[in-house]
Design a protein around this ligand. Structure first.
Ligand SMILES: NC(=O)c1ccc[n+]([C@@H]2O[C@H](COP(=O)([O-])OP(=O)(O)OC[C@H]3O[C@@H](n4cnc5c(N)ncnc54)[C@H](OP(=O)(O)O)[C@@H]3O)[C@@H](O)[C@H]2O)c1
Length: 309
């Protein structure tokens, strides 16, 4: 069995080592720009070029070394018909739950205010926020969103979730479809995005939608930056309608030096680290799926490009 490996960032040697250990019967081939692809059974890739995708029409499946597939949407009809399989959780859901729980608790328990006060040498207890009125709304109830919703429930927050198709999650008030979005937003104190970036979710959180959130609401975006109209968010924070935001993802990454988010103290910025690909778990998952395909079995997490995720 031959497996082609490629990463747009060039960091491929550790993956090759781990695949050689996980699938000792397979030969791994490291592809480089300008090379012709020799006969391969599978490809494991991240951030591919059009030239590479063009040559992957005959592999049995293409595996992605990540959970998001939006970067592939731009290839449109040039995408091969080959099944493309993304990572499903692979250790990312737990990281997301940690990140979002921290961000929610930091705002709920006013650690951001206390950090500011401490820097000014101020000793001043602040009014306690009522947990029963502190509803967290999770956009996207897939692999990552569902685990985040569960973790927030365990912390005792009222939790609601929004997805494309109806869901039934214990203890989570579930909403589905565009027609339910305004009602969902209207009762959300902290909004968390865990949606994939698709034509439907691009710019979803614009001025009109963010204005549906109650006065003093807070935004946590750990999905994709292009879901948020950044100038609208900034204007609503400066106007006091939105209290602040914790943002891990941005329309342009790295966030450019002159971007106004850098200078806004009510925005907390992290460099797209809320859930990193854990190589060991990813290799184990992909090797397991290759074994299933070799036995003629179906695998989970095949991307549906009609839906866009
Ligand atoms: N910041 C980071 O480090 C990082 C790391 C990993 C992933 N991510 C992002 O997280 C996203 C989610 O990952 P996942 O594995 O949880 O994806 P997933 O399992 O595919 O779940 C996606 C969820 O979004 C919902 N959804 C999609 N389009 C929608 C729409 N138009 N309206 C309403 N709901 C919609 C889906 O609804 P249905 O259930 O009805 O299909 C599903 O519940 C990824 O796409 C990626 O962009 C970020």
């Amino acid at each position: 069995m031959r497996i082609l490996l490629y990463r747009g960032d060039g960091i491929i040697e550790p993956w090759a080592r781990d695949f050689a250990a996980a699938l000792p019967q397979a030969e791994t081939v490291l592809w480089q720009e300008g090379q012709a692809v020799e006969r391969c059974d599978y490809a494991v890739i991240w951030a591919p070029t059009a030239a590479l995708l063009e040559q992957l029409k005959n592999v049995k499946a293409i595996f992605l070394m990540g959970a998001g597939v939006d970067a592939l949407l731009k290839f449109g009809d040039a995408l091969p018909d080959t099944p493309i399989v993304r990572l499903g959780d692979a250790g990312m859901a737990e990281q997301m739950a940690e990140y979002v729980a921290y961000a929610v608790l930091r705002y709920f328990r006013r650690f951001d205010d206390y950090e500011r006060q401490a820097r000014q040498g101020v000793w001043q207890p602040l009014p306690v926020r009522a947990k029963s009125e502190f509803t967290v709304g999770v956009l996207g109830l897939g692999k990552l969103g569902a685990q985040v919703a569960r973790a927030l429930r365990q912390l005792g927050f009222p939790v609601r979730g929004w997805s494309r198709t109806p869901k039934d999650l214990p203890g989570v008030d579930c909403f589905a479809g565009m027609e339910a979005l305004d009602e969902f937003l209207g009762g959300t104190q902290v909004l968390v995005s865990l949606l994939p970036l698709t034509p439907e979710t691009s710019n979803l959180l614009d001025r009109a939608r963010l204005s549906r959130l109650p006065q003093g609401a807070y935004l946590i975006n750990v999905a994709r930056g292009a879901q948020v109209a950044e100038p609208d968010l900034l204007a609503l924070i400066r106007a006091g309608h939105i209290a602040g935001a914790t943002l891990d993802v941005f329309r342009n990454e790295p966030l450019p030096a002159p971007h106004p988010f850098w200078g806004e103290p009510r925005i907390t910025i992290t460099p797209h680290i809320s859930a990193l690909t854990l190589r060991e778990e990813a290799v184990r998952q992909i090797a397991g799926k290759i074994a299933l395909l070799e036995q003629g079995e179906a695998v989970a997490d095949v991307v549906d490009f009609d839906k866009g995720y």
